[in-house]
Design a protein around this ligand. Structure first.
Ligand code: ZN
Length: 243
């Protein structure tokens, strides 16, 4: 099976469509949450994912958009974008977001937004934090965890005595071997590793391999649409810097 793993799409349909075109023919699309928030296309992104039969999990922005998480936990720009989303999204978009589970097991993988011990909120940015989630993988009957939330392409592998950390670039591959590992595709709609191109991950279960990819999209067009609907300027500006 070839599976495209997409995270933190953040209501950016232009980026999502560029990623889907670059991924080519796949057998499944999995998403790791934060489908909405920040960007201008909550209905368009959810409609696209629904149409493709994507499966996935709830992120903190998705939870806040449906009223399941208090927006006081978010910075002012993020909060404004969540409120904007809440007021405008269609009922069917709301219903689809509301139905997203916090954890999905698709052996030999498990999908979460944040971490295995705190699926919606915890940021896995360092090996000491990754350790707790790596230790929880067997309780889901799997070796490999897929997570998002940090917007940083990354891999945390359990290498006997230590957790090794890598920051994969476009084309980086990792063998899905017997080691426990946590893989983050990076963000489709708002990358934060200093590279503005959308990031995603392709899984090839027959070859036993995961490959990180980057693809450009029309950032200026998305920024123009954000400005035309008065989403916070800082959220539009940062797309050009990938930060
Ligand atoms: Zn996010």
């Amino acid at each position: 099976m070839r599976i495209a793993v997409l995270s933190d799409i953040h209501s950016n349909l232009t980026a999502l469509d560029a990623v889907l075109a670059a991924a080519g023919s796949v057998d499944a699309i999995w998403h790791l949450g934060d489908v909405v928030g920040y960007g201008p296309d909550p209905d368009g992104v959810v409609e696209r994912l629904r149409g493709l039969g994507a499966i996935g999990v709830r992120g903190n922005h998705d939870a806040a958009a449906v009223g399941a998480l208090d927006t006081e936990w978010f910075n002012p720009d993020a909060r404004r974008a969540i409120e904007w989303t809440r007021e405008r999204m269609r009922p069917e978009t709301h219903a689809w977001l509301e139905a997203l589970p916090e954890i999905v097991a698709e052996p030999p993988f498990v999908l979460v937004h944040g971490s295995l011990r705190d699926p919606v909120w915890e940021y896995v940015t360092q090996s000491t934090v990754a350790r707790a989630s790596l230790d929880l993988l067997p309780s889901f009957g799997v070796l490999h965890g897929l997570f998002g939330h940090t917007h940083l392409p990354s891999a945390f592998c359990d290498d006997v005595a230590q957790v090794s950390v890598t920051r994969p670039a476009d084309g980086s591959r990792i063998g899905l071997d017997e080691r426990r590992m946590l893989l983050n595709p990076g963000s489709v709609g708002q990358p934060r590793d200093g590279i503005p191109e959308s990031a995603f991950l392709l899984l090839d279960t027959e070859a036993g391999e995961a490959t990180w990819r980057r693809v450009g999209y029309d950032i200026a067009q998305v920024q123009a649409r954000m400005r035309s609907v008065a989403l916070p300027e800082r959220l539009a500006a940062r797309l050009a810097y990938g930060l």
